[in-house]
Write a protein that binds this ligand. Structure first.
Ligand SMILES: Cc1cc2nc3c(=O)[nH]c(=O)nc-3n(C[C@H](O)[C@H](O)[C@H](O)COP(=O)(O)OP(=O)(O)OC[C@H]3O[C@@H](n4cnc5c(N)ncnc54)[C@H](O)[C@@H]3O)c2cc1C
Length: 477
């Protein structure tokens, strides 16, 4: 490899799955004469794990079978082969469902991504800087980054891969902010250690994180009651017992309004049922055609979907692993878990109790109830991501970044180039992963995140080759 000083530099901020997949695909497609210096800023010791796959909680499993999660769109079985070769599931008696499909612990997927990156890190093709980026500024046609240790890097392109900001505390829980048994961020190691075996627990939020919490508490021997609430009382669904192909065509004559799209989905659900197929097949078709569907909807219609339909979409599209579903079903059947449609109106500490007042969806009179612990599982605050870190807020202030009008992340164009305050693309500044989904549509789970990383890798490489050529011309003239 030639001296890194002469190479164009790409700085990737965030080495979770998106940043790691991007680095890997750039490294794999480098050719002689088109090399790039790849620097990934990631404070965690492992590249590729990020928020989702760094958990060491044994009950946290991937929520689709292993055969559907891969770093390589052209090799969907890559993770499954890794599991075979490494015998990573040998000690995990609960890894397989009744059909023999593997749902490994999430950390195993993180190990797989780390293992795929390892040769590129050892060869120096990918540099892992264990540091948090604290500042990014324009420097002529390049970018200047500073990290928390005060070190600087000048880069030709920057990719923001910082997807999941910490969850926000709901305003009604503010009065109990300092209570020792309020858990706001369940992703912090040992976050649930404060909960005792017999504690009465309130879980605020009913999605995948809530399912993770109930399963993790079960795994720790928790026997107390759990109330789990969300405005609509929806709970994440499981997988279908028989494998089905996606059913429905939503892209050849695409809808231009949210209501037309929803009407079409309803009709397709009926047609699927008439053929003996469940809703899973239709939702899988919507998901796989998500990019095309989204591109034909004006921003106002996207916003309507994000605001009104997203809670329904999330619980059907993000399914829980069968092992987790079994824990939840048993807890509901035995009366230990109560899933309610309600919102928190007020919270206060009273003696050793946390008293929470609810407003039920179908009930006008607020009802107080005492708990020992409260766990927030409302998920990462993506809509506020530009306020989540000072360097992002400063980039917004400088007009380099703007919030996506859908409320789903950072505004970018169809090349994944970040849009500034003036709505114009900022050449060399990219967004990869879930924060770009306001532009690209469904972009949360694998394989969409993988495909997007491959796409952004190609975009950035094309930009860097033109950029390097223009810098050479500038120097020569
Ligand atoms: C809990 C959870 C479970 C999931 N499970 C599944 C699943 O089973 N199957 C599936 O298909 N999908 C799943 N997903 C969805 C999907 O896989 C994730 O959304 C995906 O991993 C996104 O990764 P990311 O790298 O974009 O984001 P993140 O995981 O959030 O990674 C961002 C990284 O950026 C780093 N970072 C942040 N700020 C800075 C900074 N200033 N400087 C340097 N680094 C910084 C952070 O340390 C972090 O590691 C899950 C998502 C979550 C949240």
């Amino acid at each position: 490899m030639p001296s890194t000083r002469s190479l164009p530099v790409i700085a990737i901020v965030g080495g979770g799955f998106s940043g790691a997949a991007l680095a890997l695909h750039i490294a794999r497609s480098m050719r002689l004469g088109q090399e790039v210096r790849i620097v990934v800023f990631e404070p965690r010791d492992k590249l590729g794990a990020g928020l989702a796959y760094s958990t060491v909680e044994p009950s946290h499993r991937i929520n689709v079978p292993a055969g559907k999660m891969s770093l390589y769109p052209d090799d969907p079985e890559s993770f499954a082969h890794y599991l075979e070769q490494t015998e990573a599931l040998a000690g995990d008696r609960q890894a397989y469902d009744a059909q023999g499909l593997a749902y490994p612990q999430r950390s195993v997927f993180g190990d797989y991504v780390g293992a795929e990156l390892a040769p590129h890190v050892s060869s120096g093709a990918i540099e892992h800087r264990r540091a948090t980026v604290t500042r990014i500024e324009r420097s002529g046609s390049r970018w200047r980054l500073q990290d928390a240790a005060g070190a600087f890097l000048t880069a030709d392109a920057v990719v923001l891969a910082v997807s999941h900001p910490a969850p926000a505390l709901p305003a009604a829980l503010e009065p109990i902010r300092h209570h020792p048994k309020l858990v706001v961020d369940v992703t912090k190691p040992g976050a649930l250690d404060v909960i005792g075996a017999g504690d009465r627990v309130l879980v605020v939020g009913n999605g995948l994180t809530s399912a993770d919490v109930v399963a993790a508490l079960h795994g720790r021997g928790h026997v107390g009651s759990i109330v789990s609430i969300s405005r609509r009382g929806l709970r994440s669904r499981g997988h279908v017992s028989q494998v089905q192909e996606p059913f429905g065509d939503f892209s050849s004559q695409p809808s231009h309004t949210a209501s037309h799209l929803l009407g079409r989905i309803r009709l397709t659900l009926k047609a699927a049922a008439a053929q003996g197929l469940s809703w899973h097949a239709v939702l899988d078709a919507v998901r796989s055609q998500g990019h095309e569907i989204w591109q034909h909807l004006p921003v106002g219609e996207r916003r309507r979907l994000a605001r009104w339909v997203r809670p329904y979409w999330d619980v059907h599209r993000f399914r829980i692993a069968p092992q987790v579903e079994a824990v939840l079903d048993t807890a509901i059947a035995t009366g230990r878990l109560d899933v309610r449609a309600a919102s928190v109106r007020a919270a206060a500490v009273s003696g050793s109790d946390i008293v929470v007042t609810f407003r039920g969806r179908y009930q006008q009179v607020p009802a107080p109830q005492a708990f020992d612990a409260v766990v927030v599982t409302t998920g990462p605050a993506h809509g506020d991501v530009l306020s989540s870190q000072p360097f992002l807020a400063a980039m917004r202030e400088a007009g380099l970044l703007s919030a996506c009008p859908t409320g789903l992340g950072i505004a970018c164009d169809l090349h994944a180039v970040a849009l500034g305050a003036d709505g114009q693309p900022n050449p060399g500044l990219y967004v990869v992963g879930p924060l770009a989904r306001g532009t690209f549509g469904e972009l949360m789970g694998l394989p969409q995140v993988t495909e997007h990383a491959v796409f952004v890798a190609a975009q950035a490489q094309t930009f860097l080759s033109h950029h390097a050529a223009s810098l050479t011309l500038d120097r020569a003239s």
